[in-house]
Ligand binder design. Structure first.
Ligand SMILES: Cc1cc2nc3c(=O)[nH]c(=O)nc-3n(C[C@H](O)[C@H](O)[C@H](O)COP(=O)(O)OP(=O)(O)OC[C@H]3O[C@@H](n4cnc5c(N)ncnc54)[C@H](O)[C@@H]3O)c2cc1C
Length: 315
């Protein structure tokens, strides 16, 4: 067992330790705190799944670049976790480096009307409130979307009132070799719950908004918050959205029409009142959720001839 009470590596061999008894990692000379065997369940809404082989929360862009470069040199895959509201981690976890941009250097929100610049690690809801307080409109309909700015950009989060991609002026990203570049709208593509930001780590973005009196925006934001929350499962955070809405339809209505509202697999169940969500109960496993989502998809395909695209991303 190591200092955190965890067993040795899955190969059975204990990892090498440094002079202080800490497990050594390929990152020890970088001046960045990297942990081993981080339980990813702690970082996702569903609270399921295995461990990340390596995990870090770099303090700034330079530290992140050092980690990313080392991963490239050593052939270690890298993933970023944002708010973890759209990720289902498998029981095997992830045998690479998971990075979380939680340090203040990645979470800044700067309002310079009519734009807002936001770090990828900032919570989307905080950016929405900052814009509304500054009398800038466009973001208020996203107030009920959980997660971070980075997650929202990568998946082009949105709803009936529009998507975040429509507001983006530019996005600053880090590439696999640690270099940083800013992509303007000409190099960005946003479609329904999709963007072309799948080859990089998103660091920050600039959103172009419109001026509108703050008191009107506040009312609109509050209304959206109430409506949005009433359309989400209440009383638990162990939830995930199952499918993207097909054009002109809602995934929820299709799940209901297909008679899949009452499906359950092990500890995973479709959330009856809002049937595009899966809820993970106490004994739920990642596989339960995966199987349930597949069963619902099959039921909709068989009953209605529509192939739903999963929203939740499996790691
Ligand atoms: C209750 C509930 C309600 C929801 N409502 C909506 C809704 O109304 N509209 C909607 O669009 N979605 C909705 N979702 C889905 C989800 O909240 C969104 O997709 C959200 O934008 C994900 O953000 P996140 O920070 O949690 O991303 P995560 O779940 O952490 O990650 C999602 C993906 O983005 C990547 N990623 C995250 N940050 C970065 C980064 N900085 N650089 C590179 N890649 C990154 C991750 O690697 C992963 O591939 C809902 C989910 C739940 C559970």
């Amino acid at each position: 067992m190591n200092k955190r009470g965890q067993a040795a590596t899955s190969s059975g061999a204990a990892p090498p330790v440094d002079g202080a008894g800490h497990a050594a990692t390929p990152f020890d000379d970088l001046g960045v705190a990297v942990s081993r065997r981080e339980p990813l369940a702690h970082h996702t809404w569903l609270g399921l799944g295995g461990e990340a082989k390596f995990f870090c929360e770099p303090v700034d862009v330079e530290a992140l670049a050092r980690v990313v470069r080392r991963c490239r040199e050593q052939g270690i895959p890298v993933k970023v976790i944002g708010g973890g509201s759209n990720v289902l981690v498998s029981a095997d976890g992830f045998t690479g480096m998971v990075v979380r941009l939680s340090a203040p250097a990645f979470c800044g929100i700067d309002v310079a009307a009519p734009s807002v610049r936001a770090g990828a690690g900032a919570k989307l809801v905080h950016v929405v409130s900052a814009a509304v307080q500054a009398g800038l409109s466009g973001l208020e309909t996203l107030v009920d979307v959980p997660g971070t700015v980075g997650g929202a950009l990568v998946g082009n989060a949105g709803g009936k009132g529009g998507d975040i991609g429509e507001l983006v002026a530019d996005v600053t990203v880090m590439l696999a070799d640690g270099t940083v570049e800013t992509r303007d709208v000409g190099r960005l593509a946003f479609e329904a719950r999709w963007s072309n930001l799948d080859d990089c780590i998103v660091l920050a973005c600039r959103l172009d908004l419109d001026a509108e009196p703050a008191h009107l925006l506040t009312k609109r934001m509050q209304k959206q918050w109430i409506v949005g929350r009433s359309e989400q499962p209440s009383g638990t955070r162990s939830v995930a959205m199952m499918f993207k809405d097909p054009l002109g339809m809602t995934a929820e209505s299709l799940v209901v029409q297909a008679g899949a509202r009452d499906l359950r697999v092990g500890g995973a169940a479709v959330y009856g009142p809002h049937a595009n969500y899966v809820v993970a109960g106490p004994q739920c496993t990642s596989q339960d959720v995966r199987t349930l989502v597949e069963q619902v998809r099959t039921r909709v395909r068989d009953a209605l001839g529509i192939d739903l695209t999963p929203q939740i991303e499996v790691w």
